[in-house]
Write a protein that binds this ligand. Structure first.
Ligand code: C5P
Length: 408
């Protein structure tokens, strides 16, 4: 996406450099438009070096009008972001004054407008500024509220430019295409389960929860209401609507089954134990040279969900994982059919750069349409790829009957 970053003459102008970099990191192109007074705070060369584009500083500067790209930006930009926006530019935009490139661009473009005001707190509270802000809001402009704190002028109060991360997140929110996941209830499981065989010992696995956390965070980012059911892990879960901590496969089964009928999507990313030992009431003493544990099959959560949906004809879209060390894809295809689920994400946990407890993953996505291998990439990106396919399931005809929650 192409973003025009308008920079006006406030002390926060230096933060706009970070904003430009952050937007680029999210894959956007940035063209900086500076007002005359902004150039008193930060040199245009800084923005030029970062954006790798000429910086637009003056409508009438020689050479400025020879470049067709500059003149065309009103119709080619996807967003006009102004950070920091002074009381002066806000007043000009609200009143249709177009006396420099930035204010002219505002009137000429039909791209969404995002404004991050920054000024002295008394100015921000002034009736004239409030009225101008209201006018811009009524016209559809979006705002990133200034923060409270020490202002450059020595006052303490509201007026400090919002932090770059906040501004970037607000821009991303506007630029993100409307997701079919918006407003959908999505349940994600993450992490391992621990199966106790006496009061102090358990059988577990090396799952960290990272893949499930990335999925939960990305689903929430796309507007879903996320319930995260998480097994024992040291990692901090992302902040989503509901986080439920469980320990064993049976507890996870209970937590998932009791919520599933209310969900549009269930993603079982947890590495659920397949077997649980019989639990001794007291610590098993050290004695003979060998110790035999008797293991019983745990409830198959995903399998139960698949069969329940098959029997009732309704239920959430079902996504499972298949962690294997051999015949990864073949087993995933088999599993998808056996458990009656929509999509299986197969990963080879024998690799050291993918699967358990690392930040990257290389997966094959198995759907009714076949198997599709994705290259090694961050778990965040893998989560995005998986959710792109979940979105297709939700909006596709195949999901019309299956991806509606069972009610009542
Ligand atoms: O059958 P298998 O354990 O290989 O299937 C893996 C998938 O099934 C994963 O999505 C996992 O979260 C889920 N699973 C489950 N209940 C179990 C074991 C695995 O839901 N008891």
């Amino acid at each position: 996406m192409l973003i025009a970053l308008g920079v006006t003459g406030g002390i926060g102008a230096y933060k706009a450099v970070e904003v430009a970099r952050g937007l680029q990191k999210h894959g956007h192109e940035v063209v900086a438009v500076m007002t005359h007074s902004a150039t008193r705070f930060v040199g245009p060369v800084t923005f030029e070096a970062i954006t790798r584009r000429p910086v637009i500083t003056d409508q009438f500067a020689e050479g400025m009008n020879a470049d067709i790209e500059h003149i065309a930006i009103a119709s080619t930009i996807d967003l006009l972001l102004i950070a920091p926006a002074t009381a002066n530019i806000i007043g000009k935009l609200a009143n249709g004054i177009a006396d420099d490139f930035l204010s002219t661009l505002y009137t000429a473009t039909r791209a969404p407008v995002l404004i991050a005001p920054a000024m002295n707190s008394q100015m921000f509270a002034h009736a004239a500024v409030r009225k101008n802000l209201d006018t811009l809001v009524a016209r559809g402009a979006r705002f990133v509220e200034p923060g409270e704190g020490y202002l450059a002028c020595g006052w303490i109060g509201k007026g400090r430019l919002a932090e770059p991360d906040e501004i970037i997140a607000a821009a991303e929110e506007i630029l993100r295409p409307e997701s079919p996941l918006r407003g959908q209830r999505v349940l994600v499981t993450a992490g391992p389960t621990y199966e106790d065989f006496d009061p102090v010992r358990f059988i577990g696995n090396r799952s960290s929860g990272k893949m499930g956390f990335a999925l939960a965070a990305e689903a929430a980012h796309r507007g879903a209401e996320v319930s995260l059911i998480v097994g024992p892990t040291e990692l901090e879960p992302p902040s989503v609507r509901e986080v439920v901590r469980v320990r064993t496969a049976s507890e996870m089964h209970q937590a998932v089954m009791s919520r599933a009928s209310d969900m549009h999507v269930v993603i079982m990313a947890a590495a659920v134990a397949d077997y649980m030992p019989e639990r001794a009431p007291q610590k098993v003493p050290k004695g003979a040279d060998t110790l035999t544990l008797v293991l019983h099959k745990t409830p198959d959560i995903l399998g139960d969900l698949g069969h329940r949906r098959l029997a009732s004809g309704r239920g959430p879209a079902l996504i499972g994982f298949a962690a294997e060390t051999q015949d990864v894809v073949a087993r995933a295809i088999e599993k998808r059919a056996k458990k009656h689920v929509d999509l299986i994400v197969a990963n080879d946990v024998a690799r050291t750069d993918a699967g358990f407890d690392v930040d990257t993953n290389a997966v094959t996505i198995v759907t009714a349409d076949g198997a599709e291998s994705l290259p090694l990439q961050s778990k965040t990106n893998v989560a995005g790829e998986i959710l792109n396919r979940v979105e297709r399931l939700l909006s596709g005809s195949r999901s019309a009957e299956s991806a509606s929650p069972v009610r009542g």
